[in-house]
Design a protein around this ligand. Structure first.
Ligand SMILES: *Cc1c(COP(=O)(O)O)cnc(C)c1O
Length: 432
């Protein structure tokens, strides 16, 4: 048979657009279509949609990290190839960093360089773990609501997502009974792992130690590996008492036999999402996940990640960056959360959910106060972009219908300007 250009076709796995990017593109089109009106009303774009700590310079990376990165680029040796799963010394530094900050209960020396694989950001770490733990046609338990990036990863590997509920009335805790039921009914053992995300994007929740412990113990009992997206580890706060220290508990800190793959990185906590530095830390007392770890190592050599100068620079910063640096980012998020929660609580039609961790807050649309057509998150977000040139992601993008999500990372004056326009929008669309 003769080959023709008609046979050039995309693969099935490439046919899924990213849900957030699709919603983002829509908001961009709406703003573009209403450009003249926005200009006439002097409404320049305010985006509280994407959360990028590096956007405004209000959550800067540690100065030392930038200096070390500059210096590393100047050393010829640091511009060469590294091991694709990370140099021994950076993996050792990550093991020590995680043990020191987030797993102090583990006996000293439990985590070593061999338990760590570096990745091109947290999202790539999640991709490697999910790809190594589940085959095409098998399943991963995902939270609902959730960060829809996970759908992309599942689609890419042909993994079938199965969602478990998180309970709004219990500050978004995992519905443990539902998880047990789903897993016990999975007679063919298609479910290979459960993914949990704490602190949560989009929910802004932070599990208590007791709840994290309950999850880890249940998974040990069910022999269900845990994949924990802890990109917001340590980024917790209390808007009712901003001076208080709010504990964060990593799944790594629970003394228990469960097999855990903790995935995190420098993007949010060190304010450098553009540097693409993430990592996987395996906590696995029974060694049940050792073959999966070998699979992760194989996947890590798909390409050579992440840039060697960054590994060199970060290595020392992981040891030396202290609470004075981390406190600043928490203060910025807490101030924003406090302002947005209080200000939006006073807007008729909106019911903000009090955040306690991570970079986002969700706001529920009140059916009894808003026009019926505006009670849907997509209609609300699109309308807000059209009339006020303010971008927020609809809750529907995270399987949280009837709500929208805001980033807490922008400077306060930006948040204040956004609130003014959101208020005007809600007044215009109040239920008559
Ligand atoms: C931002 C974010 C990530 C992605 O982190 P990168 O290091 O930029 O890949 C992963 N998970 C959650 C929940 C996030 O909010």
């Amino acid at each position: 048979m003769t080959r023709t250009w008609d046979s050039v076709k995309p693969s099935q796995r490439s046919q899924f657009p990213h849900p957030l990017l699709a919603f983002g593109a829509k908001l961009g089109q709406i703003s573009e279509a209403n450009k003249a009106q926005h200009a006439a009303e002097s409404k320049s774009l305010i985006s509280l949609a994407v959360g990028d700590p590096a956007l405004d310079g209000n959550i800067p990376p540690p100065t030392e990290l930038m200096e070390k990165l500059d210096a590393a680029v100047q050393q010829e040796r640091a511009n060469g190839y590294s091991l694709s799963h990370g140099s021994l010394s950076v993996r050792q530094a990550i093991a020590e960093y995680w043990a020191r900050w987030f797993a102090p209960s583990l006996p000293a020396g439990t985590l070593s360089a061999n338990d760590v694989v570096i990745s091109c950001g947290c999202s790539d770490g999640l991709s490697m773990v999910l790809g190594a733990i589940a085959a095409a046609g098998e399943s991963i338990l995902l939270p609902q609501p959730f960060f829809s990036q996970y759908t992309m990863t599942c689609n890419y590997f042909g993994i079938q997502p199965v969602h478990y509920p998180c309970l709004v009335e219990r500050n978004w805790e995992v519905d443990l009974e539902a998880v047990r039921r789903i897993v016990e009914n999975d007679h063919e053992h298609k479910i290979r792992a459960i993914l949990i995300n704490n602190p949560s994007n989009p929910c802004g929740s932070n599990f208590s130690r007791a709840h994290t412990e309950a999850i880890v113990r249940l998974c040990a009992e069910l022999r269900l590996p845990i994949v924990a997206d802890e990109i917001y580890a340590g980024m917790t706060y209390n808007i009712d008492n901003p001076a208080a220290e709010v504990p964060f508990t990593s799944v790594a800190d629970i003394a228990c036999g469960a097999t855990r793959f903790v995935v995190a990185g420098a993007s949010k906590r060190f304010g450098v999402p553009g540097e693409r530095m993430g990592w996987i830390v395996r906590v696995d007392p029974t060694d049940a996940g050792s073959e999966v770890m070998k699979g992760i190592l194989n996947l890590s050599s798909r390409y050579y990640i992440p840039m060697t100068p960054l590994q060199v620079a970060l290595e020392e910063c992981l040891r030396t960056t202290d609470e004075t640096y981390f406190r600043h980012a928490k203060q910025v998020l807490c101030e924003n959360a406090l302002y947005l929660f209080n200000a939006l609580s006073k807007v008729s039609g909106l019911s903000p959910m009090k955040p306690s961790g991570g970079m986002f807050m969700c706001v529920v649309l009140k059916k009894e106060e808003l026009e019926e057509t505006m009670c849907d998150g997509v209609a609300f977000a699109n309308g807000l972009a059209a009339e006020e040139n303010v971008h927020v992601f609809p809750g529907e993008a995270f399987l949280m219908p009837g709500a929208f999500r805001l980033t807490l990372s922008r400077p306060l004056p930006v948040a204040e300007a956004a609130v003014g326009r959101i208020r005007a929008f809600c007044e215009r669309h109040a239920r008559k």
